[in-house]
Design a protein around this ligand. Structure first.
Ligand code: GDP
Length: 290
């Protein structure tokens, strides 16, 4: 009997290189979610791809290298490294040739270099040839022998990449059920799931002082059209001072938190969402909601 392949692939890259788009388009609707755990900065969402060859578990890195305050970014980097050393079989390092290499890119590469696992370089957005900094990324091809130039949006060259992933993954004796209906959908207690996800983003973006004084509540989930879901949620915090911190200068922080949460929810439910997210002070939320 032919053994199936199974393993974990870490997807790593700067924000906006196209990681979510890649996962969405590679997996289509075949996305399975494991619930985020409260108060962790570990990868909340694992997506699975299964076909006759076996199972690939993708984990996405928190996409905020460089943006977070130093203390937080070092913390995330630490948690990233911990997760990697634990149980990753392959690293996919994704770059966007339409943007210049910068400090942030250098940081991501620094992390990639520290991981002693098979690596695949993926140059994304090759459909866009109007602006390219490809020469700035060429040297990576010497360093990482397996590389692919793809377009996540146009689903170009995804198949050879998938073939390579399966080739590199270890064999498993586990029986993997393939076929339809093996993917759990997000329906059990979606409000809690989404609230947890938002709360986790507050934790990641704000540092440790805030999360224990705040929570997230989802008030409404309405399917506006078959492809667009409206979600109304609130972040509750105990003090006006924290509220101001979460909102940030000119609302920038809450926008980042919202955008980050929205992306993951969209990935989770394979639909576009409109996330209506507000921050409120409620000194008593701990007694009201728990
Ligand atoms: P992430 O932050 O790495 O998850 O990046 P996203 O998946 O959110 O993508 C960031 C932006 O790049 C979005 O506007 C995408 O539509 C765009 N994008 C992603 N993949 C491609 C691609 O293959 N080609 C082009 N032209 N744009 C892409």
């Amino acid at each position: 009997m032919n053994l199936k392949k199974q393993g974990t692939v870490l997807l790593i890259g700067r924000p906006n290189v196209g990681k979510s788009t890649f996962l969405n388009n590679l997996l289509g609707t075949k996305v399975a979610i494991t619930s985020p755990k409260p108060q962790t900065t570990r990868f909340p969402i694992h997506t699975e791809y299964i076909d006759d060859r076996g199972r690939i578990i993708f984990i996405d890195t928190p996409g905020i290298f460089g943006k977070a305050p130093d203390q937080m970014s070092s913390k995330i980097n630490q948690s990233t490294k911990d997760s990697i050393s634990d149980n990753v079989d392959i690293v996919i390092y994704m770059v966007d040739h339409t943007r210049r290499r910068d400090m942030e890119e250098a940081k991501v590469l620094g992390i990639v270099r520290k991981i002693a696992k098979p690596k695949i370089l993926v140059i994304n957005k090759i459909d866009n040839q109007e602006r390219t900094y490809l020469p700035q990324y060429e040297f990576l091809k010497d360093e990482i022998k397996d590389f692919f130039e793809i377009s996540s949006i146009k689903r170009k060259h995804l198949k050879p990449l998938l073939d390579k992933i399966f080739e590199l993954l270890p064999e498993t004796k586990e029986k993997i059920v393939t076929g339809d209906n093996v993917y759990p959908l997000l329906n059990v207690d979606s409000k809690t799931f989404i609230a947890e996800l938002i709360r986790e983003k507050v934790f990641i973006m704000m540092g440790e002082e805030i999360p224990y004084t705040s929570t997230a509540i989802v008030d409404e989930i309405t399917e506006r059209t078959p492809s667009l879901t409206y979600i109304k949620a609130r972040i509750l915090t105990t003090d006006d001072r924290y509220k101001a911190m979460i909102i940030g200068k000119a609302g920038r922080k809450i926008k980042e938190i919202g955008a980050y949460a929205r992306k993951e929810i969209e990935l989770a439910i394979s639909k576009r969402i409109y996330l209506d997210l507000k921050v409120e002070t409620d000194p008593h939320w701990q007694t009201t909601y728990y």
